[in-house]
Design a protein around this ligand. Sequence first.
Ligand code: ADP
Length: 578
Amino acid sequence: MLVAGRIERDSIEETARGLHSKAVLLRDLAAPYLSPGGPPAAELELRIQGLGREIGARLTVIAADGGVLADSDELPERMENHLGRPEIVAARQAGRGEASRYSDTVKARMLYSALQVGGDPPLGYVRTSLPLTALESRLADLRGRIAVGAVTAALIALALGFFVARGITGPLGRMTGAVHAIAAGDYTQKVPVDSTHEFGELAGAFNAMAGQLQERMQTILTDRNKLAAVLASMAEGVIAVDRDERIVHLNEAARKILRLQAGDLTGHKIWEATRTREVCDALAQALGSDGASERELRLVAPPRDLYVKLHASPLRGSDGQLSGAVVIIEDITDLRRLEEVRRDFVANVSHELKTPLTAIRGLVETLLEDPAMDEATRMRFLEKVHRQGLRLSQIVVDLLTLSRAESDGAVLDREHLDLREPALESARVLRASADDRRIQISVEACEGALPVKGDYEVLRQAIDNLLDNAIKYTPPGGQIWLRLKQEDRHALVEVQDTGIGIDPVHQKRIFERFYRVDKARSRELGGTGLGLSIVKHIALALGGRVSLESFPGRGSTFRIHLPLAQDLSKREATPTGA
Ligand code: ADP
């Protein structure tokens, strides 16, 4: 509409200029008529009527007193005095005047241009005018066209804007969606790449970035899973905390050893998770200036206490800054027990060896001190020395056998043999001592061979020990059965007696080294307390096991279970007793 206003102004100005030019011409034409003594006004009337029609404007000549002398459109006598008309007033003052107003004479809005004719005093005035109606209707038409053009342009701009915006918001929307999905963890997101669009390059870069992100996340995930798997499968407990002593990682072993509650403890303060003060202290120390530390402690954990070793150390980031601490909890209970067993064993061996040695020393010293000892006493002393010597050597032999069997059978021969052979040989050799005690040995052997893989001598020794015990702990007149059979894909040696039996309290420990129900009786009978321990370890070394069934006062049944040779791969190694 700004344009329409401007055009209107320009058009009016242009029309006014045209009117002025015409007025100038009219002034020249009218001047002689206005001069005193000029041609008659009627002639002028005629001339300007013709001229007015030709140039398409209304022409008026006004006398100096305001009376209309001639007019191209109206009869002058019908027209009132024009001296007060604004354009005439202006012309009188400035030589020329313009005005635009409604004309009662022609009943339309008119544009006027007036000029003064002659100097001061003036001869009169000439005036040209045009109705503005035509101009106004042209302008209205123009305004209409401009409005239609503007609306059309606006609509086209709107439509263009819509399509352009859609072209931008579409890909942007898809990208925003993809970014949201990636933020939510879905790294497989891709946006379509339109190579003709400016967004094509951006989409390509975005997809490349998403791809790299996915790869990196995959690597991080794989590494994390590997680490988690390693930590989860560790026998040692691992607890890592951040600088605020909040748990960052805690593996299953740690949970088990420290008996922590189930559920995710990540983010909990360490002292909320465990009451074991030493663990909290070790971590606090590692976070403080003291750094790494090592300590051992005993955890009261019924039914059996645990011995654990704590290794705590600070954790540092790649920049060397302290980021937390980690404690590794090692269950050293078995190690401790083993040490205890070893200590007991050394004490026991020393004690067992000391008894005969002390006896021998005493006897020999007496012999040395008393050269005049009579022959019979000397012989008795020497016999005692001999017996103690035999006992010493028996203990050493048993210890060596035990050590051979305990070394997991590595030093044992593995030959294919029929288990019945060493068993029958053993029964044959020990039958004499059984007869001495009026004890009967009955052998019940299966018909077919009992193929096992083992060391003949060692197997014979194990069966010897069982038969020897049966003979020792069965009162005269008793009965012993040696049974050889196949059971559950195992070869079975069973030694049953009608002896004194073993109280259930002792049954559990009977296979331990040097364990004896009645020490004095065992010694008296020449026992070392190692026999059953040897049997157990031989069975274990050959992939088998031992078992016991005993009733005090009624007798005992000892069994050795060995894998059949053709089934050696499926070894059982579940010892009973010890
Ligand atoms: P020892 O040399 O004392 O016989 P063992 O290890 O062979 O040592 O046996 C350990 C203990 O088990 C024996 O001292 C004895 O108390 C008990 N024992 C072993 N065999 C029998 C059995 N057949 N009947 C009763 N008690 C037995």
